[in-house]
Design a protein around this ligand. Structure first.
Ligand SMILES: Nc1nc2c(ncn2[C@@H]2O[C@H](COP(=O)(O)OP(=O)(O)OP(=O)(O)O)[C@@H](O)[C@H]2O)c(=O)[nH]1
Ligand SMILES: [Mg+2]
Length: 347
C-alpha cells in the first residue's frame, strides 16, 4: 500500500511525513519514500504463540512531495504528480496553523483544481488518441473510450468522479492513465495546538465539502506530535492526554486508510514466520493465496481457516480442531479480517 502526501506549499507535508515515518530529518527531500510497519497487536500476539524465526508486519509506504503551487508552471506540477503516480491513495495535507500561507478551504480547492486539471489533460489526450486512431478500435478500446467520455464530462464541470461508480473491470481499462481523481483521497487537517478540534466556519465548510465528495477527513497535530516524539513515553502520554489526543498520528491514519480504502488483514502462521497480509475486503481465498505466492493461487486446492479471535480464546490450534473452529474452505470463500490461512496447493 503506497500513500502519497500532497498539499500546497508550506502546510506541513514534510512534518507529517516525518511523524508518520519516524524520521527526524526536517530537511525536505521531496519524492522521498519511506516504509513503515503497521504495528497490528495481533501479529505480536501470534508471534508470542508460535515463536517463529521471523515476524513480518504489513507495511505502508509514504512519499513526501513538493508543494503543489497553483502559480507554478505545468512542469513543476507534473513533477509533483510524477512522484506519486504509483501511489494507491493520497493524503491531502491541509495546514491549519498560524503562519500557514493560505486558508484551509483555499488549500483544499487548490489541490482539487490541480488534480482535476491534470486528469482532464490525461483523459483528453488518451481520448484524442483513440478517436483519431486510423485502425478500427478493439472492443476494449471502445469501452475505454466510453468511460473516458464519461469521465471527461465530469471533470470538465470541475466535479469529482466517484471511484465507487466504476466497476473493477472499468477501472482496469483506464488504469494505465493512473488518474489521481480515482485514487482514494484522505484529508488530513494538520492543526496547531490552538486550532486543534476547534470548529471555525472555515473548518465546518471544509468538512462539509469533504462529505459531499465522499472524502474522509481526519485531524492531526503534526508538529506538536512530532515534538513529543523527543520525550520519554511517560511524559509524552501526559501531554497527549492534555491535548485530548488518544492515538498516535500513525495509528489514526493507518486505521483511516484501512477503513476508507476497504483493506483488511489476514495472517499466516508457523515456526518459520508469522506474517500479516493486506487485502481488499471481499477477496476470496484463492486470490488471497495469490497474494502470498502466485503458485499458491495457481495450484489452489483448499484453505484451512481459523480466526484470530477463536485462536486466542481457545489457546491452541488443537483446541480449535476439537471444537470444529478450524474450517476447510474452497476457493470462493471470502476471507475476513483476522482470518489465519493455511493454503493447500499443488503445482
Ligand atoms: N505551528 C505549527 N507549525 C507547523 C505545523 N506543521 C508544520 N508547521 C511548520 O510549518 C513550516 C512548514 O512545514 P513543512 O513540514 O516543511 O511543510 P511542507 O508542506 O513540507 O513545506 P514545503 O515542502 O516547503 O511545501 C515549518 O516551519 C513547520 O515547523 C503545525 O502543525 N503547527
Ligand atoms: Mg516539504
Amino acid at each position: 500500500m503506497k500513500i502519497g502526501i500532497i498539499g500546497t506549499p508550506f502546510v506541513g507535508k514534510t512534518t507529517l511525513f516525518n511523524l508518520l515515518t519516524g524520521s527526524t530529518d526536517t530537511n525536505s527531500k521531496p519524492g522521498e519514500t519511506k516504509i513503515v510497519e503497521v504495528k497490528d497487536p495481533r501479529v505480536k500476539k501470534l508471534s508470542e504463540m508460535y515463536n517463529p524465526k521471523k515476524t513480518t508486519y504489513a507495511t505502508l509506504e509514504f512519499t513526501d512531495t513538493n508543494g503543489l503551487d497553483i502559480e507554478a508552471g505545468a512542469k513543476e506540477r507534473n513533477r509533483v504528480f510524477g512522484m506519486i503516480q504509483k501511489c494507491d491513495a493520497l493524503l491531502w495535507t491541509i495546514g491549519n496553523f498560524s503562519g500557514v500561507p493560505k486558508e484551509p478551504l483555499e488549500q483544499f480547492e487548490e489541490i482539487k483544481t490541480e488534480i482535476i486539471l491534470r486528469d482532464l489533460e490525461l483523459v483528453e489526450s488518451r481520448k484524442n488518441n483513440l478517436e483519431n486512431s486510423k485502425k478500427k478500435l478493439e472492443k476494449d478500446e471502445e469501452k475505454e473510450l466510453e468511460i473516458l467520455n464519461r469521465l471527461y464530462e465530469i471533470l470538465e464541470k470541475e466535479h469529482w468522479p466517484q471511484g465507487s461508480e466504476y466497476s473493477p473491470e472499468e477501472k482496469k481499462l483506464i488504469s494505465s492513465l493512473s488518474l489521481f481523481s480515482l485514487k482514494p483521497s484522505i484529508i488530513v487537517l494538520n492543526s496547531d495546538e490552538d486550532a486543534y478540534k476547534k470548529e471555525t466556519p472555515e473548518i465546518t465548510k471544509t468538512k462539509q465539502i469533504c462529505k459531499e465528495f465522499d472524502f474522509v477527513l481526519t485531524e492531526i497535530c503534526g508538529k506538536f506530535e512530532q515534538e513529543l516524539t523527543e520525550l520519554e513515553p511517560d511524559e509524552r502520554s501526559v501531554f497527549m492526554e492534555e491535548m485530548g489526543i488518544t492515538q498516535s498520528g500513525l495509528d489514526v491514519l493507518t486505521q483511516v486508510v484501512y477503513e476508507y480504502v476497504g483493506l483488511i488483514s489476514f495472517f499466516t502462521v508457523g515456526e518459520d514466520e508469522v506474517k500479516a497480509w493486506t487485502i481488499k475486503e471481499g477477496t476470496n481465498a484463492k486470490s488471497a493465496a495469490g497474494k502470498i505466492h502466485s503458485d499458491l493461487e495457481r495450484g489452489f486446492i483448499r484453505a484451512e481457516i481459523m480466526h484470530y479471535n477463536d485462536l486466542m480464546e481457545k489457546g491452541s490450534e488443537k483446541a480449535l480442531k476439537e471444537t470444529g473452529l478450524l474450517k476447510v474452505v474452497g476457493k470462493e470463500h471470502i476471507v475476513e479480517d483476522g482470518d489465519i490461512l493455511n493454503i493447500r496447493f499443488n503445482v
